[in-house]
Design a protein around this ligand. Structure first.
Ligand code: ADP
Ligand code: MG
Length: 235
């Protein structure tokens, strides 16, 4: 039995706004094991992004426990949490979030600047990742000189730069057309085959079909959780 990389128990989240308290997650229980590929679906406003932000340690739960890679996040100091997050998790966002004035190579290498890695090694590692996502010829291009699908592949390369065990992707194909979405999903499949755990939010059934397990949210509850056996686009 593989160990759980994510273990969430009775997790609740309430936002406090000027209009009052807004309960969004109502006691989520979920374990995700090393090597899984999980698609999270659910209507807009059902709490998917809130949950992903908590999984990514970008936000904290109001109640309940979250254990990431064996560490209970509530018991960590801010520095310990940042260290754990940087070591374990790569993030991919719907809007790519690349720096527009910076070359693709430097976009990918940026997290290594914060990690204190010397420049030559940074550039080597970034170039290796550009090759991995099939964009080795574009190292000196800027994000606006390549397509949306290529930009998302660069963002995935950046997410990989710290060699994460887990990738969290919130609607990574939300801004892409169907063909480029397929390219991006093939890349996620390849990374999952290499052993990286993937948790991906999507509202498109065709995208969720790439995953091996489906979890559905409705109004801050998990209402469905099962393996995906019929893969419409196997990869
Ligand atoms: P989803 O990603 O499934 O569309 P979200 O997690 O983004 O859902 O949002 C769930 C609910 O929480 C929505 O009603 C949304 O308006 C609200 N919400 C999300 N983020 C915040 C926030 N930072 N402050 C207050 N309310 C929020
Ligand atoms: Mg969302």
């Amino acid at each position: 039995m593989k160990t759980a990389i994510i273990n969430v128990s009775q997790l609740k989240k309430t936002y406090h706004t000027e209009a009052g308290a807004l309960p969004v997650l109502h006691g989520i229980n979920l374990a995700i094991h090393e090597g899984e590929f999980v698609a999270i679906m659910g209507a807009s406003g059902s709490g998917k992004s809130t949950f992903m932000n908590i999984l990514g340690c970008l936000d904290s739960a109001s109640q309940g426990d979250y254990t990431l890679a064996g560490q209970s996040v509530a018991q960590l100091s801010r520095d310990q949490l940042a260290h754990l997050r940087n070591r374990v998790i790569g993030f991919v966002f719907q809007g790519f979030n690349l720096l527009s004035r910076t070359t693709l190579l430097d976009n990918i290498a940026l997290p290594l600047v914060y990690a204190g890695i010397p420049k030559t090694e940074r550039q080597q590692r970034a170039q290796t990742l550009l090759t991995k996502v099939g964009l080795e010829k574009y190292s000196q291009h800027r994000p606006n000189q390549i397509s949306g699908g290529q930009q998302q592949r660069v963002a995935i390369a950046r997410a990989l730069v710290n060699q994460p065990r887990l990738i969290l992707a919130d609607e990574p194909t939300g801004n892409l057309d169907s063909k480029t979405s397929q390219e991006v999903m093939s890349l996620f499949c390849q990374l999952n085959d290499e052993g990286i755990t993937i948790v991906l939010v999507t509202h498109e059934p065709d995208i969720a079909a790439y995953a091996k397990r489906l979890v559905r949210f409705s109004d801050g509850h998990i209402v469905e959780d099962h393996a995906i056996t019929q893969r419409s686009w196997p990869c």
